[in-house]
Write a protein of this length. Structure first.
Length: 664
């Protein structure tokens, strides 16, 4: 950490009106920003409201303003593929950066400034306005600090816990660079979320579900606790957990004698899983799931479950706990246009599609399942889980019902997958693509002019978190977990006979799903089906890589390459294409599809042999955590000796810039 990491707060504090649908009217009676000094600010209710909402865009996820948005963030996993395989799946190409990276404190500075200023003023009654509202806005910022720290936990593990801003002093900043063990970071996050839940109201004073509320705090708490509980469980004994073999923290004096608060790592695992269950139940027991009629398209377009993912106004859906509102004149995105094409070259994988059960609750390979095969996309969808039927696109389907004349980039009828295209705007990377986020109103289909909402938190995750935490903690499902699971399956139009599914599951036939593994071992059929349910329900919502990391679900690719595949190109569907659209050949620079000698299924990363991804998807143990940039060791060391820095590098990563991981 160096002094540039803590920038002095500007006296011209930006107020972002309307970004989260918060009314600007409350802020119009304020002094001009140029006349506000830091000591004057955060003394009135509306100022706290403005400061909190102004942090949302920098900290919380939403649709990217131009590209695929939420429904493409699972790209570069076993769920979704884009043409360019990420370097983290090609060991040796991901290297220690020289500067920047996740070791960054800009957002933490902003929220700490607020909390160290507003909390004492609240206690001293120095803030004017409605006290309940003031407490709510302070609770929002506790939540935002927790969310920012959760991002650091996922990327780096051990991390400095900072509760206040620090002076711009090298010695002070270096001393504050010590890394707290990851479980302590998780406990800190949970503490902040407890504060957020205590201070926030069940619904926001302004903005409705465009702003944070108590239920969102409980949902994030369940996510964080489940993440850390399962991480500690599956990485137990390794360098990736405190006190594990070769844990780098042990080499620093300040962590050398570290002891777990609960007495052992098993005690920590139990603590986090218990917290996950309790927090998840707070939401799952109160918030009902949105109804799924099963209808894909009709004159009135009346399926709430389908519409929930692309509504302009998501406040009508109980399951949506927090969403971002867009506006056609202020801030827009391109999700509707991409959803009517190949989702900006983010294609669903064969593994993703095959993971969905049949409607009768059986895996596709089970005797009597009724699976019609994958020679055509239409037969892939037939008789399957209702979510696959809703969200897997099929050529010939209607993509537009309303305002076609207004949709300058609308695609009225779903075309043959354009697998040969090079442009991301047109390309279908795998032949399979998703309908999630598609709106039938073509008014949203001007290029970059979409203004449908973006879901940030959905209550169904609490159902899933409870199920998994319960099984991980006890080895069984209690009554609540079973009920939640059955409610999710009933909504998906899948048989609620969970035992039937588990009995028919053969783990040796589920190996294309990375979630079938933990630490290079296949998990039990019950746990796998819990993970399957999570995968299917949260498809393309940006949580897959987080789950794969905490499950330690990529060890099996350290020695054995995985081959990402899409639809069955080299079967009857090849007749859909002209010869030039099926050019292949490992050494052919004009090749646009993979060679049938490799597989009957399209392999989007294995088209030309000069591509680094041609030999398949691989993993390195070090890649479970990101490297810390070399700059931070140099700046905090003595006499430019990086080894004297109080910061330690993550397992397997060297201190020097440009170096790949070694030994892990």
């Amino acid at each position: 950490m160096n002094r540039t990491m803590y920038k002095k707060l500007s006296t011209a504090l930006a107020i972002v009106c309307g970004l989260m649908a918060a009314s600007c009217n409350d802020y119009l009676d304020q002094s001009p920003l140029s006349n506000i000094t830091p000591d004057d600010y955060l003394r009135e209710e509306s100022q706290l409201a403005a400061y909190a909402v102004g942090r949302y865009p920098d900290i919380l996820p939403s649709h990217a303003n131009w590209s695929f948005g939420t429904f493409g963030y699972d790209g570069n996993t076993d769920d979704m593929a884009i043409p360019a395989l990420d370097n983290k799946y090609m060991p040796g190409l991901w290297r220690v950066p020289s500067t920047a990276g996740d070791w960054n404190f800009a957002n933490i500075f902003q929220v700490n400034y607020f909390l160290q200023t507003a909390v004492p003023r609240l206690k001293n009654a120095e803030i004017t306005g409605n006290e309940a509202n003031i407490r709510h806005y302070i609770g929002e910022v506790y939540f935002l600090r927790a969310f920012e720290y959760f991002k650091k936990l996922q990327a780096l593990g051990d991390f400095p816990i900072l509760r206040t801003t620090l002076p711009d002093n090298q010695e002070t900043l270096t001393a504050a660079s010590v890394r707290n063990p990851r479980n302590e970071v998780a406990r800190f996050i949970i503490s902040d979320l407890d504060s957020a839940a205590l201070m926030m109201q069940p619904s926001a004073p302004v903005g409705g579900t465009n702003r944070l509320s108590r239920n969102v705090a409980y949902l994030l708490k369940s996510r964080v606790a489940l993440f850390e509980g399962t991480w500690l469980k599956y990485f137990k004994g390794t360098a990736f957990v405190p006190k594990g073999t070769d844990w780098p923290g042990a080499a620093k004096e300040y962590n050398a004698s570290y002891q777990f608060p609960s007495g052992s790592i098993d005690g920590e695992i139990d603590y986090f899983l218990t917290q996950a269950m309790a927090a998840a139940k707070e939401v799952a027991s109160k918030v009902p799931l949105v109804n799924n009629t099963g209808i894909i398209l009709s004159a009135n377009n009346e399926n709430p479950y389908f519409n929930m993912f692309s509504a302009e106004n998501m406040s009508q859906y109980s399951e949506v706990l927090l969403w971002r509102q867009y506006n056609r004149t202020l801030v827009t995105h391109n999700v509707p246009v991409n959803a009517q094409a190949g989702n900006y070259a983010n294609g669903l994988t064969r593994s993703m599609v095959e993971s969905f059960l049949m409607a009768n609750g059986l895996p596709i390979y089970a005797a009597g399942s009724g699976y019609k095969g994958d020679d055509f996309i239409s037969t892939v969808r037939e008789g399957r889980d209702g979510r696959l039927n809703l969200f897997l696109k099929e050529p010939g389907q209607k993509n537009v019902l309303l305002n076609l004349a207004q949709g300058t980039h609308a695609t009225e009828i779903e075309p043959t997958p354009q697998i040969w295209e090079s442009s991301y705007e047109k390309k279908y990377s795998t032949g399979y693509t998703i309908r999630k986020g598609l709106t039938y109103d073509a008014a949203h289909c001007g290029n970059g002019a979409g203004y449908t909402g973006s879901i940030t938190f959905r209550a169904v995750e609490a159902y899933l978190n409870y199920m998994e935490a319960c099984y991980e903690k006890t080895g069984a499902l209690d009554g609540d977990a079973t009920t939640y699971w059955q409610q999710i399956r009933a909504r998906a139009k899948v048989s609620t006979d969970i035992d039937k599914t588990i009995a028919a599951t053969q783990m040796t036939k589920e190996t294309n799903d990375w979630g079938a593994y933990s630490g290079n071992r296949l998990v039990s059929a019950t746990l796998y089906n819990i993970r399957r349910e999570r995968r299917n329900e949260l498809m393309a919502e940006g949580l897959r890589f987080m789950d794969l990391k905490r499950w330690r679900a990529m060890d099996q690719m350290i020695n054995t390459p995985y081959h990402v595949e899409g639809f069955k190109l080299w079967g009857p569907m090849k007749e859909w294409f002209k010869a030039a659209q099926l050019t292949y050949g490992a050494t052919n620079n004009s090749a646009v599809v993979s060679d049938p000698d490799l597989s009957n299924y399209l392999r989007p990363h294995e088209i030309r042999s000069n591509a680094d991804s041609y030999k398949g998807t691989r993993w390195a143990m070090a890649h479970y955590l990101s490297p810390i940039a070399a700059q931070h060791f140099i700046v905090t060391g003595t006499a430019a000796d990086a080894t004297t820095s109080p910061i330690y590098q993550n397992p397997g990563w060297p201190l020097s810039a440009g170096s790949p991981p070694t030994g892990y």
